[in-house]
Design a protein around this ligand. Structure first.
Ligand code: NI
Length: 176
């Protein structure tokens, strides 16, 4: 864990479509555990396998309270293998996002307000649900990683992209 590197924007592995998991093995459980530790260590609200250099369709997300997103309500800790998202509304909302692979930057990104998600747990059981708001935003952000897309590619107006310490007051109404 000490040497675990989170890949940063510009890396080809972050621009690559990740492969479906076909075998639900101990290796998969280990990957999930590594992702969980990396997410906690970095204080992230979600992370995907390609961000640690493993191009497999695995994401983990969730938090009780996040210093990176202080205004957001808790999202339950969830692991999804081979996730598939379906939009449930045409309604799109813009909100500020960051990413452990894009350190120090924030951007305003449009995301669907409500989605259905389906996938598998690490032990191979089916898992599905409906997510709205910030929960739906995280899911769309993490699933984008699995398709090789980083949030800056989704920003509509690049004037809404900037360094965290500069835009923080604009986002949260007070300096960081
Ligand atoms: Ni990210």
């Amino acid at each position: 864990m000490e040497n675990l590197n989170i890949l940063k924007m510009g890396e080809k592995r972050l621009q690559t479509r990740s492969q479906e998991v076909e075998v639900f093995s101990n290796a998969l459980e280990n990957l999930v555990e590594t992702l969980h530790q990396a997410m906690q260590k970095q204080g992230g609200v979600g992370i995907s396998a390609p961000q640690i250099g493993i191009n497999k369709r695995v994401i983990i997300y969730g938090f009780e309270k996040s210093q990176r997103y202080p205004n957001e309500k808790p999202v339950p800790l969830t692991v999804l293998v081979n996730p598939v998202l379906t939009t449930l509304t045409d309604e799109v909302v813009e909100g500020w996002e960051g990413c452990l692979s894009v350190p120090g930057l924030r951007g305003k990104v449009p995301r669907y307000l409500e989605i259905h998600y389906a996938g598998y747990t690490p032990s191979g059981e089916k898992k599905e649900g409906i997510a709205t708001g910030f929960h739906a935003r995280i899911l769309q952000h993490e699933c984008d990683h699995l398709d090789g897309i980083l949030f800056p590619e989704r920003i509509k107006d690049l004037k809404n992209f900037g360094f965290e310490d500069i835009v923080w007051a604009n986002i949260y109404g007070q300096a960081k």
